[in-house]
Ligand binder design. Structure first.
Ligand code: PEP
Length: 246
């Protein structure tokens, strides 16, 4: 079953006090009837505290594939689990660009998540030059091939995809619903061909300048199962309001 997911990616924003205020505001506005699964991808330093709230799905924005060792500044899956993280983002374009994370390194992270049975959102998406040159579909396919094609059917249950065209992240420039539909339908066809019914049931989120003004159009696309939200997730009420756009 494809789940509807709204995932907040705070990136490197908010103080401890602001994080607590966000949670309090979120809790005051969220209702039991919500048909959407909310997730919060917070900086690691806040995860333990935020995940004390058992109803909140709190995840990490990054992970190292090794179980332990001399990797200063990094965090393993077991460590994330030990503070209550329930999932992790892999392959965000900011990690790929600023931290030079390669497809093969991302595959190591995916394999580590599978070994630990730890759910993950795999992010993919093209840059503007690739989009303008018409190579966006093959670009995205290559990203998927490189890092998730090795999954077995059971492991596919750990996978959520976020399609995030790089040119739309944090720029205020959103992809059109036609552009989003095209790529989401294509990703679903690839997953279905590769993994059968398990692949067809993977949730595919859109990310890239989603806000209250454009969410309804985006979330009504047939192959869009939710969103990975950066800027518009920093205010709890703005984030919550996006759920009414499904
Ligand atoms: C993101 O961080 O994944 C993202 C989509 O950011 P924004 O919503 O700000 O474009």
């Amino acid at each position: 079953m494809r789940k509807k997911i709204l995932a907040a990616n705070w990136k490197m924003n908010l103080s401890a006090t602001e994080a607590q205020e966000w949670l309090t505001q979120f809790k005051s506005g969220v209702s039991d009837q919500q048909l959407v699964e909310f997730r919060l991808y917070a900086p690691n330093v806040f995860i333990q505290h935020l995940s004390e709230d058992e109803e909140m799905h709190v995840g990490a924005q990054n992970v190292h594939p090794a179980d332990f060792g001399a990797f200063t500044g990094e965090t393993s899956i077991s460590q994330l689990k030990s503070v209550g993280a329930q999932s992790v983002l892999i392959g965000h374009s900011e990690r790929r660009t600023y931290f030079h994370e390669s497809d093969s390194f991302l595959k190591e992270k995916v394999d580590a998540c599978c070994a630990h049975f730890f759910p993950f959102i795999f992010c993919c998406g093209e840059d503007l030059g690739t989009r303008n040159g018409g190579g966006h579909l093959s670009f995205v396919k290559k990203q998927l091939e490189a890092a998730i094609f090795q999954l077995n059917p059971q492991e596919v249950s750990l996978l959520t995809i976020a399609y995030e065209p790089i040119w739309a992240i944090g720029t205020g420039q959103t992809a059109t619903t036609d552009q989003i539909n095209e790529v989401h339908a294509y990703i679903r066809s690839i997953l279905t061909e590769k993994f059968g019914e398990n692949g067809a049931n993977v949730s595919i989120l859109y990310g890239g300048s989603v806000n209250q003004g454009n969410a309804q159009g985006i979330f009504s696309c047939p192959d869009v199962d939710g969103g990975l939200i950066g800027g518009a997730s920093l205010n709890a009420f703005d984030f919550l309001e996006l759920a009414s756009s499904f």
